[in-house]
Design a protein around this ligand. Structure first.
Ligand code: ASP
Length: 355
């Protein structure tokens, strides 16, 4: 009996060790798919010391081969989704990306996705994916400020860090995140703040949610604006048309009235002065657009803060919605997606306070 008991114990120990080993193996070998879209991270120039280069030249396999250490973090594979400078990013590519990521997770092809992307519109893409990817698995956007051919290029380090962040179980359930320059940002809050500086990404209201150093990520807080209900884009090939108009002292109303005549325009984001303000002539043009069925969303040209309802502007009477603390380009993303579901301004306003 004693012998049987000790044999059973051995079997149990071996079994639990192998389960643990399996768990560990899963832990250290997540499957990560890198979706490449171009940008400076895939940029190439003629000289290592001159600034001139062309974005979106280096194919995804070369990007991965340049950073062999990424394979320490999991089973890595790459796919080329686009090869553009992100100034050419568009709704069609956003939809393609969102659909691909949703498919990857639905078919259980990966445990995490990293998207390489130009920095110019990285914040918008991150927020679009944040609102449309239906999974808690990590989706990490990364880019570079210097092309791959430059001296002290930042792309290789950023890519290595992004893969490490994607592989870390702590990155799950955080929505889409951006890993750049040893920081992790929430997709909703992050924006590019400098034209050329390496430390360009900031969350101007709340700061980074995590810090990266020496191959590790530490998280400090998490956004509460990560609703589980996402926008379903699986059957969409385009989005309702929404444009942005910039506010400034003595602006002519034609900037708004001409924009309002664009065929099929459904929404207008106004990047207003201060708390989303406008001068009287522009205000009249916005009111007119709103009366004619265009959803007008007041946002701010200031780099931080939020737009508050009914302060200096009678939003209820004019039928305007406010962007809360989203910058104009992200307000446009949320307005386009909201308009795929409803034209009801109360519901759209609710989205701006929830998403
Ligand atoms: N214009 C480039 C892009 O957005 C800049 C960059 O990637 O840093 O693709």
């Amino acid at each position: 009996m004693k012998k049987i008991m000790s044999m059973l114990t051995v079997v149990l120990v071996v079994f639990s060790t192998s389960v643990q080993a399996q768990k560990n193996t899963n832990k250290i070998a997540p499957r990560i798919i890198i979706l490449a879209t171009g940008g400076t991270i895939a940029g190439s120039g003629e000289s290592a010391t001159k600034a001139a280069y062309t974005a979106g030249k280096v194919p995804v396999d070369d990007l991965l081969n340049a950073v062999p250490d990424i394979h320490k973090y999991g089973k890595i594979s790459g796919e080329q989704v686009a090869q553009i400078g992100s100034q050419d990013m568009n709704v069609v590519t956003w939809l393609k990306l969102a659909k691909r990521i949703n498919q990857i997770f639905k078919d259980n092809l990966a445990d995490a996705v990293v998207v390489t992307h130009g920095t110019d519109t990285q914040g918008e893409t991150a927020y679009f994916l944040d609102l449309t990817v239906m999974s808690d698995k990590p989706v990490v956007l990364v880019g570079a400020m210097r092309p791959s051919t430059a001296m002290s290029q930042d792309g290789n380090r950023n890519l290595l860090d992004a893969v490490m962040v994607a592989a870390d179980p702590k990155s799950q359930g955080k929505g889409v995140i951006v890993a750049m320059d040893e920081k992790v940002f929430d997709a909703r809050d992050v924006t590019k703040t400098s034209t050329t500086n390496l430390e360009t990404f900031r969350s101007t209201n709340f700061g980074p949610i995590g810090l990266i150093y020496d191959g590790k990520v530490s998280y400090y807080y998490q956004s509460l604006r990560n609703p589980s209900k996402k926008f379903d884009v699986s059957k969409l090939n385009e989005l309702p048309k929404v444009e942005i108009v910039y506010g400034y002292a003595d602006a002519s109303p034609e900037t708004v009235s001409n924009l309002s005549t664009i065929p099929g325009l459904k929404g207008l984001v106004y990047a207003g002065m201060g708390n989303g303000n406008f001068g009287e002539p522009v205000g009249k043009a916005l009111a007119n657009a709103s009366k004619n069925g265009i959803v007008v969303c007041r946002s701010a040209r200031a780099s931080a803060g939020r737009i508050t309802l009914e302060n200096e502007v009678n939003d209820a009477e004019l039928g305007f919605v406010v962007a809360d603390d989203l910058n104009p380009q992200k307000a446009r993303v949320l307005l386009m997606l909201s308009l795929t579901e409803t034209a009801d301004r109360t519901k759209i306003q609710q989205n701006f306070f929830e998403y």
